[in-house]
Write a protein that binds this ligand. Sequence first.
Ligand code: FMN
Length: 383
Amino acid sequence: MRAQLARDFERFGRSLPRDFAAHVRETYRIDLATRYLGEPLPHAVGKGSGQLSLNARQLDEDADAGLAFVILKTVIAQDESGAQSMAAWAIHETKMKVERRRAASGVDGWTVTWKGRGWDRSFDEYLSLVRAGRDLARAGRLLAVPSVKYHLPRLHEPFRDGEYRFTTQALAAAWGGDGPLLLEQDFSPTLAGDALADDRAQILRWLREVPGQIRAHAPVRLALKLMNARFDDAFQVEMLQAAGGAEALVVFNRLFDENLGVAYGGWDLSDRNLRVLDTPSLRPGLVMPELCGTGNIHSGRMILEYARRGCASVQLHTFFQLPLGEYPAANGSRTQRALHKLIFDPADGLIAGLLELEDQGFLERQGGELHFLDLVPDAYRPR
Ligand SMILES: Cc1cc2nc3c(=O)[nH]c(=O)nc-3n(C[C@H](O)[C@H](O)[C@H](O)COP(=O)(O)O)c2cc1C
């Protein structure tokens, strides 16, 4: 199998088949299938919300590459008059810098430095993008899920129901169909760095009450994308526990550098996320919402680190933005080149990692097959 993997790595570096998950199942008897927000996926790798899911062309390219899902850029909620209480997040900024960042542990990784925030075009244009995503999902080509930043009040203030109502209903209408609207709510790093997030009780109230505020207006399956708050690891665990009303949790958005006033990633981010997910009090007997990992995922091995701590799927951003020379593939879109390395790299890829876990006795074949989802502990497994 390892010789086969070396051959696949070599030839798929020239051209990655869109349905590589079927090839993996046939050739290696490894089933990569999993779920995000209850939806079946051929494999675990999706794209996080951001500057790489702003238009239909980007979605089409990702559908062609065989990506499992994409979260659309975060839109700022509005009421029917167009008023946005979180308007400070709808700012325009195009310049991004992909750069190295050394972690506290001394290891170098990549980060994207960017001063922008949420969607900066009209709400109608966002609804068109949701419809383009819906069409791809119906055609079975790509699951594309909208993301929102809704009004987040101070502790003594009420939620602005007009924003929740108008935005949720408009998204549900654009999404259409018989099933519930799939949606992410973003608690972003710039929010974590804002005075609004100085108060722990205030953050915990958002996590407890936002799901109900949204659900009052449409049938929704909701993922809360949790921030890395500026408090200790124990507070991250408190946030996870407070957010149990959502169907899924995305853990955890980027860190906030208070000196530079920017969000960042790299190894500091994955070190913190994995450490929090390791917290023993999270485990025994606890039934958690489905988890989706995010942060410094740049190899199949890192996908496995998140999976073993409960994440049935992952969403990446930075790894889809690296200079072309960083990918071993010679051809293809950045998404294809990234998938090629994540899945087929003979040293660090997902297949190599799964075969190694089998050798070590962590994972067993059932009916002759290895199943990616068997790695996810029971309490977190999507039902
Ligand atoms: C330039 C940039 C813009 C982003 N914008 C959003 C956003 O609008 N909404 C959101 O939920 N996450 C946003 N993110 C977070 C990513 O989706 C992702 O969760 C995070 O960067 C961690 O993954 P990574 O280490 O693979 O980049 C953004 C990230 C970057 C780098």
